[in-house]
Ligand binder design. Structure first.
Ligand SMILES: [Zn+2]
Length: 95
């Protein structure tokens, strides 16, 4: 069984948008993963099988309300992570 989450795919692409990057305090892998995880926890998962995926993803990309929901959650998550970053907790290293 091969399924994937359209929400996750969309969020991963939209995290690079200027709107999100404008509020991202740190773009290390840990912070970006945290932002994605927080945003995805607040968004409904939408699973599709891979043979349907292309069609569903295209439809979602063109849906303005869906895009703005994902964008809003990414921005909110970026603000949360920016206030309390988890990076470097184990190593003390700041990227
Ligand atoms: Zn970071």
């Amino acid at each position: 069984m091969t399924v994937y989450n359209v929400t996750e795919r969309l969020a991963k692409e939209m995290i690079a948008s200027p709107e999100v990057q404008g509020v991202v305090q740190c773009s290390c892998a840990q912070c970006l993963d945290d932002i994605l995880a927080i945003a995805l926890n607040h968004l409904p998962a939408r699973y599709v099988s891979t043979d349907q995926g292309g069609t569903y993803v295209k439809a979602d990309y063109m849906h303005p309300q869906w895009q703005s929901d994902v964008l809003a959650e990414l921005i909110r998550a970026a603000e949360v992570v920016g206030r309390q970053p988890h990076h470097g907790l184990l190593t003390g290293e700041r990227v």
